[in-house]
Design a protein around this ligand. Structure first.
Ligand SMILES: [Ca+2]
Ligand SMILES: [Ca+2]
Ligand SMILES: [Ca+2]
Ligand SMILES: [Ca+2]
Length: 332
């Protein structure tokens, strides 16, 4: 129930008029000119005087009430309550100002509990262990904090991975939906990545600030099987480049042949393919030998040089004479 105060001055004829709510002045009712001030009580037919936020009159304040108001709004911004309106739902004019405007929708939405954010995942992703940092713009789509009145909420993707060893930098998704991660060199396998989206709208009054989880896969393929993508000459991946790394290659060649394809190897290590050409050959052994010799002559290495193992001289001599020759180095 709205109360309107209307000041009326008598006309020159001694008669005056007033206009009912939302009607054009002049079409009203004759009044006795004696009083010069009257109070007119007007009922706003599009205002729910019992529960102002309950637009559809069902006794509850829900998203449906906001949707009703939103559906009546247009580019004009504010629609006057029609004079012909009857006092029945929907009661669009929440703030009882005689207009249906975005302010009415905002009042309803402000009273609603926080709606869960939502998004759509992109497809599974393939990468190689040597691919370096990966970035896929717009990978997550339809990122929303909820209804339009929650557009100011801050969003955060929370990403968990069941196989974190596959990554040098763990997968992450920013608020634009860009997916980033860096595969770990030498890694291979599949990670199941689970994603939820949080907003900062809170959980008061039954609100929900977290989306349902969604999952996708990142498949990491080792680009060069049997090749150490981190330290190519460290065949056994023990952190040192020494004669034992050479011997690993020699033994592999003796058992498998002079030049063996690295493709199809089920085990990613030892890393016999030093030069990463897809084959294990005497060249791979020579690469390490030359390196050890070079470091040794420069006197720069404090690493355990191969000569300490006693086999290096044999390897150097035989491979230098004939890189294609088969031989079995002497065991200590
Ligand atoms: Ca209004
Ligand atoms: Ca929300
Ligand atoms: Ca090593
Ligand atoms: Ca090779």
């Amino acid at each position: 129930m709205a109360t309107r105060f209307l000041v009326i001055s008598p006309t020159s004829t001694g008669r005056c008029f007033f206009a009912p709510f939302n009607e054009t002045a002049g079409g009203g009712v004759d009044l006795d000119p004696t009083p010069n001030t009257i109070t007119i009580v007007v009922v706003n037919p599009w205002h729910n005087s019992q529960l102002a936020l309950d637009v559809n009159g069902d006794g509850q304040v829900t998203e449906a009430d906001a949707v009703l108001v939103h559906g009546l709004l247009d580019a004009s911004g504010a629609l006057p309550v029609p004079a012909s309106a009857s006092h029945a739902p929907p009661f669009y004019d929440v703030n009882d100002d005689g207009l249906v405007s975005p302010a009415d929708e905002a009042l309803v939405r402000a009273a609603l509990p926080n709606a869960a954010p939502s998004f759509h995942l992109g497809p599974s992703v393939d990468a190689t262990d040597e691919g370096g940092p990966q970035g896929i713009d717009g990978w997550a789509q339809s990122i929303s904090p909820g209804p339009i009145n929650e557009s100011g909420q801050q969003l955060t993707f929370v990403v968990t991975v069941d196989n974190p060893t596959l990554f040098a930098t763990q997968p992450a998704i920013d608020t634009t939906g860009k997916l980033t991660f860096t595969p770990a060199p030498n890694a291979s396998g599949t990670a199941l990545v689970t994603v939820v989206l949080h907003d900062d709208g809170g959980t008061a009054n039954g609100g929900v600030d977290t989306s349902q989880p969604q999952s996708f896969q990142i498949n990491v393929v080792k680009l060069h099987p049997l090749h150490n993508a981190v330290t190519p000459m460290d065949v056994d991946d023990d952190g040192h480049v020494v004669a034992h790394d050479v011997l690993g290659i020699i033994n592999f060649l003796n058992s498998r042949g002079q030049s063996s394809s690295a493709a199809g190897e089920s085990s990613p290590s030892p890393f016999y393919d030093v030069n990463g050409d897809g084959f294990v050959s005497p060249i791979d052994a020579l690469t390490i030998i030359n390196h050890i010799n070079f470091i040794g002559t420069r006197g720069e290495s404090t690493a355990p040089i191969a000569t300490a193992h006693g086999e290096l001289a044999d390897v150097i001599t035989l491979l230098a004479l004939d890189p294609g020759q088969q031989f079995r180095p002497r065991r200590p």
